[in-house]
Every structure is written in structure tokens, then in C-alpha cells.
Design a protein around this ligand. Structure first.
Ligand SMILES: Cc1ncc(COP(=O)(O)O)c(C=O)c1O
Length: 346
């Protein structure tokens, strides 16, 4: 069977999601999920019918939340499907390239590789910002530039003036894809307002993080109408199951939005608690984080990660030496994790 698969697929190492890695324990801080398990009503009475390709009420609700027009909004199975749709729609396999800036989210690479699209990487600078000069020097054949802000796993925001420079630099050449999966934790940093000025901008969003709906698989791509129309050509005919649309609409109702706002405040307070607590432990470097996670450099990151794992505290190791990413959980989970790390180094 392996030999029957496309060469590209034979060589592929699949994305090791937190779920695939597994583990066992009672503190799960490895997937940047929300600790809140909110309840929803679903009506399973109409499942004999196909869903709408782009459920109108869902599109209108998210567009209103994001401050864009419904025509500028596309919904898909998570932001991950948005990444794949953009690459499939805009990059010719074996000819065009995507560009991204590691360390960053792993799915840009995996999706491009699966589709047979070249990957160009320009590492972030020492302070995890865009290396604009190197990006400019490497734009040949690049159709999509992925920028993640807040960046996963580093947690920092990419400077707005650099994003504007990048949009200017790529005008009429390439699309800048801003991955704003974590933007609901710092909405003032969104670049969605730049859509009005830059037709070469696309913004990825998700209900998986602040909206506490990772298991729902519901994400959005925001862009000008022409770009959205191109994506609609390649999207599956029924990408959003009926119960998914129903639950997402409830999450985006007035009451749902108020609850999310409250939970974001709660998680941001927990992040501050975790950050300050970790900063007080000698030898640790805690990077400022704007999403629902913190990147922490330990004297021995791998050993700390393994020791926590054995104690049932599941964190995420990172490609950055000695750095471990810790999702912000409930206050109880943060206390347990902080207590464990404090003990480990005492
Ligand atoms: C930066 C970033 N983008 C996109 C995603 C994927 O989000 P979704 O669950 O909507 O597919 C994640 C998930 O962890 C992420 O960290």
C-alpha cells in the first residue's frame, strides 16, 4: 500500500498533533484548548438533508463578530482547512511556493508538502519578528506568505508596521495569510481592518481556542470577495455539518459572545498568574504570551517535559531548544503545574 501512495505522501511525516502523541494524566495543557466545556443544544431532526455549503446564519454571525461583510467570510472545518484551501486554490504543485517563518505553526508546511507545493522558510529574527529583507529577497514563485500572530509556539505578536510593509511588498505578487487563531485573546491586535486596504490579505480564524470549541471543527477565512470566491471553487460541497453550524451559531449569539468574553478574561488572568509564578523560579525564562499559552525556557526542557508527563501533567515540547509550551488551563490546572515545576527545581 505504501508503494501505491503518491511519492510525496510516502515521504510525508504526518503532523504530530497533541491528540496523536497521546499521554495519560489529569492536567492537559498541550493543545492550547480551552478548559471550559460549555453546553449546547442540538436538534438532530433534519439530518436526512445535506447541509448548506456556507450556512447563511453562521456566515452572518461570524462576519458581524469580526467586523467584515458576509461576502468576505468563508467557513470551513477549522482554520486548518482554510490553510489547505488557500494552498490548493492558489499554488500550482511543482511550480509555486509558500513562504513561512519558523518557529511557527506546523500545518503550513504539512499542507504544502501534501499538495506538492514548495516550502520556503525565512526564520523569525532573534526577537521573533519578520525578517522583511530576507522575505523580500525570496519572493520568487511565492504565492502565499503565512504569518502567525500571536505566533504559535512563541506566543508573541508580530509588529503591525511589519505586516503593513509585507502587504505593500507583496502587492500584486502574493497573498499574505494572517493566522489569527489566538486573536480573540488580544482582539486589539487583529489585522482584519487592513482588509479594506489590501486585497492581498487573508485572515484565518477559529472557534477552537477562545470559543472553547476545538472538537467542533469550525474555522473561518476572511478576505475580499474575489479571494473568497476562488476558495469557494475548491471547497468540498458540504464542509459544515448541520450540528456544527447550529452550535457555532449559538456560540456567536449575544449570550455566547458574552460568555466567551468572560472566559477570555478568566484565561488571561490565569496566564498572568502562571507567568508571574514561573518568573519567580530561578533559571527559567518566560516569554511574554498573547494567546492561551506561554513558552518557557527551562535549564533542561526535555527532562522537565518528561518528568511532568510522568506525573500526568501533559505539556507540549517545542522545536526551540529547552523550550516547552504550556497551555493556560483552569486556575486549578495552572496551580498544579506551577507547583510541580517549583518542586522540580527546589
Ligand atoms: C496557529 C494555529 N493556526 C491554526 C490552528 C488550527 O485551528 P483549527 O482547530 O481551527 O483547525 C491552530 C491550532 O492549534 C493553531 O495553533
Amino acid at each position: 500500500m505504501e508503494k501505491l501512495a503518491r511519492k510525496q505522501v510516502q515521504q510525508l511525516t504526518p503532523y504530530l498533533s497533541a491528540r496523536r502523541i497521546g499521554g495519560s494524566g489529569d492536567v492537559w495543557l498541550n493543545a492550547n484548548e480551552s478548559p471550559f466545556a460549555n453546553e449546547y443544544k442540538t436538534d438532530f431532526a433534519r439530518l436526512n438533508r445535506y447541509s448548506e455549503c456556507q450556512p447563511k446564519a453562521l456566515i452572518e454571525a461570524y462576519a458581524a463578530y469580526a467586523g467584515v461583510l458576509p461576502e468576505q467570510t468563508l467557513t470551513s472545518r477549522g482554520a486548518d482547512e482554510g490553510i489547505e484551501l488557500l494552498i490548493r486554490a492558489f499554488c500550482e504543485p511543482g511550480q509555486d511556493a509558500i513562504l513561512y517563518c519558523p518557529p511557527t505553526y506546523g500545518m503550513y508546511a504539512i499542507s504544502a508538502e501534501t499538495i506538492g507545493v514548495e516550502r520556503k522558510t525565512i526564520p523569525l529574527t532573534a526577537d521573533w519578528q519578520l525578517d522583511l529583507a530576507s522575505i523580500e529577497a525570496n519572493l520568487d514563485n511565492v504565492k502565499l506568505v503565512f504569518v502567525c500572530s500571536p505566533n504559535n509556539p512563541t506566543g508573541n505578536l508580530v509588529k503591525r508596521e511589519d505586516i503593513v510593509s509585507l502587504l505593500e511588498m507583496t502587492k500584486d505578487r502574493a497573498i499574505v495569510v494572517m493566522d489569527e487563531a489566538y486573536i480573540d485573546f488580544c482582539p486589539e491586535a487583529s489585522t482584519v481592518d487592513l482588509l479594506a486596504q489590501y486585497p492581498n490579505l487573508a485572515v484565518l480564524r477559529t472557534l477552537s481556542k477562545a470559543f472553547a470549541l476545538a472538537g467542533l471543527r469550525c474555522g473561518f477565512t476572511l478576505a475580499n470577495q474575489q479571494l473568497i470566491n476562488v476558495l469557494l471553487k475548491v471547497i468540498a460541497p458540504y464542509p459544515v455539518p448541520i450540528p456544527v453550524a447550529e452550535i457555532a451559531i449559538q456560540a456567536l449569539s449575544e449570550a455566547g459572545l458574552a460568555r466567551t468574553k468572560f472566559q477570555v478574561l478568566d484565561l488571561n488572568a490565569n496566564r498572568a498568574y502562571l507567568q508571574v509564578g514561573l518568573m519567580m523560579i530561578p533559571g527559567l525564562q518566560v516569554f511574554e504570551g498573547w494567546g492561551n499559552y506561554l513558552l518557557v525556557k527551562f535549564p533542561d526542557g526535555d527532562a522537565l517535559f518528561k518528568a511532568a508527563w510522568e506525573r500526568g501533567i501533559i505539556l507540549r515540547n517545542s522545536p526551540i531548544e529547552d523550550c516547552v509550551r504550556i497551555s493556560v488551563g483552569s486556575r486549578d490546572e495552572c496551580e498544579k503545574t506551577l507547583g510541580f515545576i517549583r518542586n522540580y527545581y527546589s
